[in-house]
Ligand binder design. Structure first.
Ligand code: BGC
Length: 535
């Protein structure tokens, strides 16, 4: 950690910190934007096409499942759980309502719906596959296909069966892999077993659903997930390797490599088992993964900064978040010390990415003046963690209070253009973008502004083929519980659980119906100016 000492008013380090001007550019008068029909997610024929979708994930929407780690992790201690955060309970009752929820996707006119099938419901005990759960997902897939909506399945989205890594086992306690506890991604013997289990699970899904499903995401937001679940103890199984000094960091790097290996194994399993080209694009399985991206703003003492140390820190965070995983599974190399330079060859990981899912929510500060992630030597503002990196929103109406970050529309364009230049052959889809809000007009503004930035990137020649709004309806927002509402449809939690369309749904539905973003919609909702405030 770099100790800068107290702030000084004289000629010391504070005086040397130039502060950037964060004023927003003038993008000129809005024009009408049209979106062509949906096409292939990865084949060359899909270039220029555009898919409208919405996304969910099983553990965030489905009725209670005691076999999943999130159930145990959040269940009150008095009831035998670990009592972390808000109890997930029945979430949005998205299991019992799954088939009728397809009607919501259909009424929006979605081309595609991205969701995950709960591994812990299908395999609550190791190798004990539940046919009734699979019959349930059969019905969901059939309903989507009948409605003309292409399913996209995420294989692993932040939740696991308890037997993968039992969250009741204390950090640092010895673990011998067994059928009831494989000891998780950090265990040298358990991790390869876990990879094999996940690949077997993916193979089974691909064989069963390959006739209806072509689009697959192996894993979701790997760096975010691993930091929360294995680095900082925020998600189950609650491991805290990042807090364990250099030895802990070394183990965390192994966890990252094991999760890359899992992606590769899932990719290969799906490619082998899904041999049916359901949508006629010439590709039986388009397999990608979804990546959490952000706009990383150099910062110091809670102010934007041009200090070289802060710029370097933001670059390192960007390298880990944006490039490390994506490079690893394309060119087969790994950056072992997270310094942005590939230093280990892994040809066995190469060429395992047909398309990339980009997921954008926020701008966040990064400082070189303090360290949260040892290897990266940077302090990142993650809501509850502030090491001088947290910044106020440039426009206070862009602040998202329940998630404690700034929505910054331009950041998505910047990331897409950067990725387009870095990986010109890699098709992309925005597999998540959304805003937590109680205000329908804010969600509509978010929808229009997101599409505007995607359209700008497309106009610049970037191969981005779609946008999935997060989320179709309100759901369980992990460590934040039920306060943040991300749904196009509002859910009456604890009451009827009915879904009610928000203004975001109305506006997105109108855009999809016309496959056009009109000048009137852009004038009303778009641009970079103030948003309707959160009350
Ligand atoms: C995740 C979702 C989450 C969303 C909103 C993404 O990080 O994939 O599961 O609900 O962002 O925070």
């Amino acid at each position: 950690m770099t100790d800068l000492g107290p702030p000084d008013a004289g000629g010391g380090i504070d005086a040397q910190i130039a502060r950037p001007d964060l004023a927003l550019p003038d993008l000129g008068p809005p024009t009408e934007v049209t979106f062509p029909p949906s096409g292939s997610t990865s084949a060359a024929s899909g270039m220029g096409s555009f898919t409208f979708g919405a996304a969910t994930a099983a553990a965030q929407i489905e009725d209670a499942n005691p076999a999943t780690d999130w159930y145990l992790w959040t269940r009150p201690e008095a009831e035998g759980g670990l009592g972390n955060g808000t109890f997930v309970g029945d979430a949005s009752r998205g299991y019992t309502r799954a088939v009728e929820d397809v009607d919501r996707a259909a009424e929006l006119g979605l081309d595609s719906y991205r969701f995950s099938m709960d591994w812990a419901r299908i395999e609550p005990n190791r190798d004990d596959v539940q046919e009734d759960a699979l019959l349930h997902y059969d019905a969901v897939v059939d309903a989507l296909v009948a409605a003309g909506i292409e399913p996209m399945i995420t294989v692993h989205h932040f939740s696991s069966p308890v037997w993968a890594d039992d969250p009741r086992r204390a950090n640092g306690a010895p673990c011998t892999p067994s059928d009831t506890d494989l000891c998780g991604w950090a265990d040298p013997i358990g991790a390869p077993l876990l990879i094999a289990e996940l690949a077997e699970h993916a193979r089974m899904l691909a064989a069963r659903y390959g006739g209806s499903v072509d689009d697959w995401a192996t894993i979701n937001e790997p760096i975010n997930y691993l930091l929360a679940s294995y680095g900082l103890s925020v998600f189950p199984p609650g491991r805290n390797l990042i807090l364990g000094g250099d030895a802990g960091f070394a183990r965390f790097v192994e966890v990252v490599k094991n999760y890359i290996r899992a992606h590769v194994a899932i990719y290969d399993a799906i490619k082998a088992a899904d041999t049916i080209d359901a949508d006629g694009d010439g590709v039986a399985a388009s397999v990608g993964f979804t990546l959490s991206v952000g706009k990383w703003q150099p910062a110091r003492r809670n102010q934007p900064s041009l200090h070289p140390a802060d710029i370097a820190a933001a670059d390192r965070v960007e390298a880990v978040y944006h490039y490390l995983f994506t490079d690893a599974v394309q060119s087969g190399g790994f950056d072992t010390d997270f310094d942005g330079v590939v230093d280990e060859d892994h040809p066995e990981w190469a060429d395992r990415l047909d398309w990339l899912g980009v997921q954008y929510y926020f701008r966040s500060g990064v400082t070189g003046a303090s360290t949260i992630i040892p290897g990266i030597e940077a302090g990142v503002c993650f809501g509850m963690f502030d090491f001088g990196a947290c910044l106020e929103a440039a426009d206070p109406t862009h602040w998202v209070p329940t998630m404690r970050y700034e929505y910054y529309a331009l950041g998505l364009y910047d990331v897409l253009v950067d990725f387009g230049a870095r990986w010109p052959e890699l098709p992309m889809t925005v597999t998540e973008a959304g805003i937590a809000t109680e205000v329908g007009a804010r969600r509509a503004e978010h929808v229009v502004r997101t599409l505007e930035q995607i359209a700008r990137a497309r106009a610049d020649g970037v191969d981005v083929r779609g946008y999935y709004h997060w989320s179709l309806f309100d759901n369980f927002e992990w460590a934040e519980g039920y306060t943040p509402r991300f749904g196009l449809y509002r859910v009456d939690f604890g009451g009827t659980y009915d879904r009610t369309a928000t203004e975001g749904a109305t506006v997105l539905g109108a855009i999809i119906a016309a496959r056009t973003l009109t000048i009137a919609q852009r004038n009303q909702y778009g641009g970079l100016g103030p948003m309707t405030p959160e009350p």
